[in-house]
Design a protein. Structure first.
Length: 373
């Protein structure tokens, strides 16, 4: 079997010159083979930038678009092809968007392998540890404590036992940050687990340390990305404050960055995104580092049903993979792109016994939101 083409599909809900919100654009990748098998992947990044990484011509030994490196190759030789892409994009890559593009292709190659061997992806990844995975719901913070509590009520009615909110107004005003959390805890009671995602907006250790102390009475499940992921000493000091867990890592890529982060930030929870960190192949390695250092791997995930399916297959085959993020994004790229989107029920997702990612794409949605040219 040989790879014959790598097709990039740029989807976007708003017009190109309009602002875009979380989940409203995506880069889908289809890896085509001469056997007729097609693998599907995606990366949750700036789609046109990742597309350029895939489609670029060769400049030299270490600066090549990924597509031309893989045409004619056997898609089942996943690790060798991963290494070929990593080395071939080495000058402009190693981290960031080149790794995002590699992630999309890597996911598609695992999809092909599972189809070729006719076994579920979790079997290829080492075997299924569990049939169900607990999930938490994520939403963009409401502008006021009252609006936020309205959203919390909806999510609780849907069956979530754990919620996380961030972005929107969160992180702009320390007093409002505390008030929203205080109000949420009073509204939801002690049975609901609540986490917050600061999107690095507390900026410095000093600001964040004050807020950690003010948040302590509200028993947060974790505080996510209080400061930029580059400030490892800041993370380490925050991780030592009180009993609140700290998490981070969604913007990192590759085992080297993650090893550095896990060892030196002292976070309790690390959050690689399978569509950015280097794909399924690299997440396996990152997971081993996390297990070695006693850090919980809790993948980031707020994009299409492709990301969701890949994350579920990965966690099903992971010893401690019993908890994950579940987007409730209202974007059609989440709700309608994958016709057999894996549902949440009573706070859990059931691991599907599909071959490959098992994804059925809605071609009408692709046609409607595809950016032409
Ligand atoms: Mg986050």
């Amino acid at each position: 079997m040989k790879i014959t083409d790598i097709e990039c599909i740029h989807l976007r809900v708003p017009k190109m010159d309009e602002e875009c919100a979380w989940g409203d654009d995506a880069l889908l990748v289809k890896v085509h083979t001469d056997a007729g098998l097609i693998g599907i992947g995606e990366t949750d990044t700036s789609p046109l930038v990742a597309k350029a990484v895939i489609d670029a011509p060769s400049s030299n030994l270490h600066s090549s678009g990924l597509k031309r490196l893989l045409i004619g190759e056997n898609p089942l030789e996943i690790q060798r092809l991963w290494d070929k892409m990593y080395l071939g994009s080495n000058y402009f890559g190693r981290k960031g968007v080149a790794m995002h593009a590699i992630s999309a292709i890597d996911i598609a190659l695992w999809d092909i392998a599972s189809q070729h061997y006719g076994v579920p992806l979790y079997t290829l990844l080492g075997g299924k540890y569990r049939d169900k995975i607990e999930v938490y719901g994520t939403f963009v913070t409401g502008d006021t404590p009252e609006k936020n509590n309205d959203i919390i009520a909806e999510y609780m009615a849907d069956g979530f036992n754990c919620l996380k909110f961030g972005d929107g107004v969160y992180g702009n005003n320390p007093d409002l940050d505390v008030k929203i959390v205080e109000s949420a805890r009073l509204f939801a009671g002690d049975d609901l687990e609540i986490a917050i995602d600061v999107q690095c907006k507390w900026l410095t250790y000093g600001n964040a340390a004050q807020l950690y102390k003010r948040m302590e009475p509200y028993n947060l499940k974790w505080i996510e990305e209080p400061i930029l992921d580059d400030d490892l000493p800041g993370y380490a000091r925050l991780s030592d404050i009180g009993s609140t867990r700290t998490s981070g890592g969604e913007r990192l890529a590759g085992r080297q960055e993650f090893t550095d982060f896990i060892k030196n930030s002292k976070v309790d929870i690390v959050q690689p995104d399978i569509t950015r960190c280097g794909g399924i192949s690299e997440l396996k390695k990152i997971n081993e580092v996390a297990e070695t250092y006693g850090c919980k791997l809790l993948p980031h995930g707020y994009s299409t049903g492709i990301l969701l399916a890949a994350s579920i297959q990965f966690l099903a085959a992971t010893k401690y993979g019993d908890f994950m993020e579940y987007s409730k994004c209202s974007s059609p790229l989440f709700t309608d792109l994958v016709t057999n989107l894996i549902p949440m029920k009573d706070g859990y997702v059931t691991v599907p016994d599909t071959i490959g990612l098992g994804i059925e794409l809605n071609e009408d949605v692709i046609e409607k939101y595809k950016v032409k040219g």
